[in-house]
Design a binder for this molecule. Sequence first.
Ligand code: GRF
Length: 198
Amino acid sequence: MKNIVILISGGGSNMAAIVQTAQRDDWARRFGARIAAVVANKATAPGLALAHAQGIATSVVAHQAFANADDPRAAFDTALATAIDRYEPTLVLLAGFMRILTPAFVQHYEGRLINIHPSLLPAFAGLKTHQRALEAGCRFVGATVHRVTPELDHGPILGQVVVPVLPGDTAQSLAERVLTQEHRLYPRVVAELLAEPA
Ligand code: GRF
């Protein structure tokens, strides 16, 4: 069985979209794949309850617990990798996971670590993507699914979706429209990856 582990920090709507698609399209039969676990860096991440309700294993590796370590980022990433590696994942999906990962962590999951970012990369890596796109006068925004490399939001692009900017759009209205499209894009790209020969 190909195990998929999804990392979240918040609402988990992309995670939920992937879980729903995996059930609807029977990824177990088609690809021999399952969502093995959802891991959050905050116990309060609303997506945890959603995953739990679907019968998916959940765990929390709280980054704040490592604040006093000699190297908090490295200590957190080591604990996170331990929680993930229990499932021997084929894919590790970042879905609204709001922590910058160390190069060592990224290397450990080379070829297996995927992210979704709410902009048309390479434009607007980092935060506040929709606000920055509006300020730049963009006529189109969107989202990108990409492989994760040590440089933030810079890995090879696996899929994108384009969303037009409409008169009167705000960062909030754009975020909502893009998120709806993310829910289609991310499961589609993951299915493509699962369909690839091993
Ligand atoms: C999405 O817009 C994702 O692209 C970004 O954070 C948001 C997460 O939303 N990285 P959710 O937690 O999947 O609902």
